[in-house]
Write a protein that binds this ligand. Sequence first.
Ligand code: C2E
Ligand code: SIN
Ligand code: SIN
Ligand code: FE
Length: 490
Amino acid sequence: MQIDHLPNAAGQLDAIFQAFSDLLFVIDQEGLILDYKVGNTQLLYTTPEYFLGKRMKDVLPLDAGERFSNALEQVKNGALTSALEYSLSINGQTRWFETRLIPSLQSQIIVMVRDITRHKLAEERSQRHLKRLAALHSIDLAIASSLDLNLALSVVLNQVTTQLNVDAADILLYSPQKNILEFTQGVGFRTDALRHTRLSMGAGYAGMAALKRELISIPNLEYGKTGFVKSPKFSEEGFFSYFGIPLIAKGQVRGVMEVFHRSALSPDIEWLDFMQTLADQAAIAVENAVLFRELQRTNFELNLAYNTTIEGWSRALDLRDRDTSGHTQRVTDLSLRLARRLGLTESELVHIQRGAILHDIGKMAIPDRILLKPGPLTADEWETIRQHPRFAFELLTPISHLGAALDIPHYHHEKWDGTGYPHGLKENQIPLYARLFAVVDVFDALTSERPYRPAWARGEAITYIRDQAGKHFDPGIAMEFLAMIEAGQR
Ligand code: C2E
Ligand code: SIN
Ligand code: SIN
Ligand code: FE
């Protein structure tokens, strides 16, 4: 390119300003507009000529005009540059501008005006986006951390009204038994007009949303046939626009979320998407609550079934081994009393109770001729008897539900000094429940009649327990047991 093809200095500036700024004004020290360059006439609310000879602050809205005067003062006082932001309504649209003042030659000041509307909108959008993400996160937390459906739904509804900027919202839950939608939670209502809403599938807007599994949008509730009963109370609410969104989780309609506004709404895709996302969250909360309720019921039924089974087994054993009848009940009661004295919690007591009831369940595998033998046992017979804790373990292990209760049938013949069976465990290797139970079991066995010997006197049994503390028994537990027995005697 040849040098004489370059524009002159002024022309060059023109080109630069056009490329870099949307509007340019040259003003004097008083703010009077001396000249202008307009890159984009769309950014002016009138013709460019209109501005000539006017004071800059007078062609701006009042507030922006004042801030402009301040910026001008700063530049006059020697600042290298000064800037302000403001918005203007141009052809019915809000536009944002950033205006920068730069001192120039001959005490003139260049005013560069840039349209930053796109930037502003993007910023607002990302702010809104962030807020919505935060809202979704808080809902996730509420759903995950709370088994209380009403709490989770009220978190969702509060986010609906704040993030979507609407006046009111509610959730109607679908009851499959009654085949109706019922009001459960609402925010933003002035009256209780909708509190008692009960709609059949297909009835009203909400019933229609649920039946058709579609968003129902009523931009103006006053026009046409409204689905709402025209009660004075509902009119008092003054609602104008309405949305009904079906709550669908895993293909099942769980309810309807309703959104109400007291004036017109002109939602964009983003808004509608977010409303749908919030409805999806509500559907998940409802789904979780339904699953949880079912799980609770199943658990309860399983518990009942286990307890019944366990008691059945133990009764069968007592029937067979007549001489120990009543033994199971007594050792269970005594174990629970001792466990309470030792400060165990209620949930631990449940294990101890089950374990005590089942402690000799392994004897079901011992033949009568051994179990009911009136005299001493042979080595072989004794070997068979010693298997009863193992049998119990094998029998009960598949019932995962028993958990630590199994320690009692499995380890109740272990001894503190390590000479017990089936594993020869020592001291604290022996699970606590089994150490506790062993004391109770031997005490009750000694004071009861057996096919192989008569019952011992109570005093003799107490002496035996004291003697075996630290040998057969955990000494601390044995002492606590004796204290309990002796206190009970007085
Ligand atoms: P069990 O009769 O319920 O006795 C439980 C535990 O109480 C016994 O566990 C033992 O530690 C203690 N115990 C019971 N009776 C006596 C006794 O007369 N003297 C002493 N020092 N301790 C006693 P052990 O010894 O592991 O026995 C487990 C089970 O084996 C007994 O349960 C019982 O069903 C059976 N058994 C034990 N010895 C004999 C016996 O001589 N004849 C027969 N037929 N069965 C026996
Ligand atoms: C209600 O949602 O409370 C009534 C719904 C309707 O009539 O559409
Ligand atoms: C309904 O829309 O079904 C109840 C509202 C009212 O009673 O007005
Ligand atoms: Fe036993």
